[in-house]
Design a protein around this ligand. Structure first.
Ligand SMILES: *[C@@H]1O[C@H](CO)[C@@H](O)[C@H](O)[C@H]1NC(C)=O
Ligand SMILES: *[C@@H]1O[C@H](CO)[C@@H](O)[C@H](O)[C@H]1NC(C)=O
Ligand SMILES: *[C@@H]1O[C@H](CO)[C@@H](O)[C@H](O)[C@H]1NC(C)=O
Length: 400
């Protein structure tokens, strides 16, 4: 087998969009005092995390890439996926990108040097699919790779300094080339977080993977959540940390675990990429990925990534982040093996303990408190997550 260079493993997903620029409110820092404001320069005017359906295509992918069960379903059935996104109502909720993942192209380029769709899997090419998807008011995503090969070969970066520099330069050329098309394009970078892209990818792409690939297990999901959390302060409108797609609905985790997965991804302002077969989701799967209040947290105009604020060394954790209008999103996440009570303390949220806070439960869709002070506790089942919007008012009556 030919020796692979570092170039073989860096991937790029280009999501062709026709977005109008979504305006961003003044991004003043919310009440989470520990928050550092991200810098505001982004590329291509894309300000919100992308919401999409991820589709793997192509036979080559079978033994190399994960979640290949999707392939047999979607190979040659790409339009069906687009239809399902519309007919389920998910498109109306904001899931508007239909992404074709790795291995859609033939093994060699045309004599003019262009990528050619695999004649077996995409016999009519990509153009009719793009037209079809655009005619439905959706957007098409397509995968490309900065290297010689594709499909999940992990690099070691030591002694590849020259290669890496060239690679980064090539990404900037790609950004400029995309920009020069005059189309608004969401440019999603993936090098599996190897070179800490949060440190340099803003200004190059609109999102960057911070971690290795996710798989449909509790261990993988929690590990990735913690890794992505470290880069919170680097995310912001125009450039987002991407902890990989959602496994919700793929069957490897429980309802509670998927609810945690969706809650934490939304709170972290991760691009919400559906990874399951949307044609026949269970009612529970649909309930999770269509939760409008949680989608609104993810797509919120302030665009600040929420983070773990209490319980770093414990399995009882509080995650939180600022939202527009001085509100906060707060998640109580029980990663222990037994049900437990978790308490969010105002001091961990950057609030004065006397502040009265209205609390709304985003999974029960219910207002719970008008003016809680000092702390809020709830019993949370094992591996489950409760998610709330906290709206601080004035000081509590007893203090006035
Ligand atoms: C191309 O880049 C310029 C400068 O950053 C920006 O103003 C313009 O909107 C970009 N064009 C597109 C189509 O994104
Ligand atoms: C899933 O991810 C976990 C954590 O990263 C890893 O330990 C495990 O080997 C992975 N499982 C599969 C089947 O890839
Ligand atoms: C999902 O739906 C498709 C199309 O209706 C069907 O062919 C397939 O068997 C279904 N899969 C499952 C697991 O129900």
């Amino acid at each position: 087998m030919e020796k692979m260079s570092i170039f073989s493993v860096y991937t790029v997903i280009l999501v062709i969009a026709c977005l109008s620029d979504a305006g961003i409110e003044g991004r003043k820092v919310g009440v989470l005092k520990k928050h550092e404001e991200p810098s505001s320069d982004g590329t291509a005017g894309i300000s919100l995390p992308a919401m999409s359906l991820k589709i793997l295509s192509g036979k080559l992918v079978l033994h190399l890439c994960p979640i290949f069960e999707l392939i047999s379903l979607f190979i040659c059935h790409f339009p069906i996926a687009a239809d399902a996104l519309s007919s389920t109502g998910l498109a109306d909720l904001g899931y508007v990108y239909v992404n074709i993942d790795d291995c859609w192209s033939a093994a060699s380029r045309s004599s003019e040097g262009q990528l050619v769709p695999d004649p077996n899997t995409f016999p009519s090419g990509i153009t009719p699919l793009a037209d079809y998807v655009h005619a439905k008011g959706l957007k098409l995503g397509i995968y490309s790779d900065a290297g010689k090969f594709t499909c999940q070969v992990q690099p070691g970066s030591l002694f590849h300094e020259v290669d890496d520099s060239q690679l980064f330069a090539s990404w900037i050329s790609m950004r400029d080339a995309l920009n020069a098309t005059g189309r608004t394009i969401f440019y999603s970078l993936c090098e599996w977080g190897v070179e800490d892209p949060a440190l340099w990818a803003r200004g190059v792409g609109n999102s960057w993977r911070t971690t290795d690939d996710i798989n449909d297990t509790w261990v993988s999901m929690t590990t990735i959540a913690d890794l992505n959390n470290k880069w919170a302060s680097y995310a912001g409108p125009g450039g987002w940390n991407e902890p990989d797609m959602l496994e919700v609905g793929n069957g490897g985790m429980t309802y509670e675990e998927y609810r945690s997965h969706f809650s934490i991804w939304a709170l972290m302002k991760a691009p919400l990429l559906i990874g399951c077969d949307v044609r026949n989701m269970s009612a529970e799967t649909f309930e999770i990925i269509s939760n409008k209040e949680i989608i609104a947290v993810n797509q919120g105009s302030l665009g600040v990534q929420g983070r773990k604020v209490a319980g770093e060394d414990s399995c009882l954790q509080v995650w939180a982040g600022p939202l527009s209008g001085n509100r906060l999103v707060v998640a109580l996440w029980n990663r222990c093996s037994k049900a437990a009570t978790i308490t969010a303390k105002w001091e961990d949220l950057g609030l004065e303990s006397s502040t009265g806070v209205a609390i709304r439960d985003l999974w029960q869709h219910k207002d719970l408190k008008e003016s809680a002070v000092a702390s809020f506790s709830a019993k949370v089942d094992s591996h489950d997550c409760r998610m709330y919007i906290f709206t601080p008012g004035t000081a509590a009556h007893s203090d006035i």
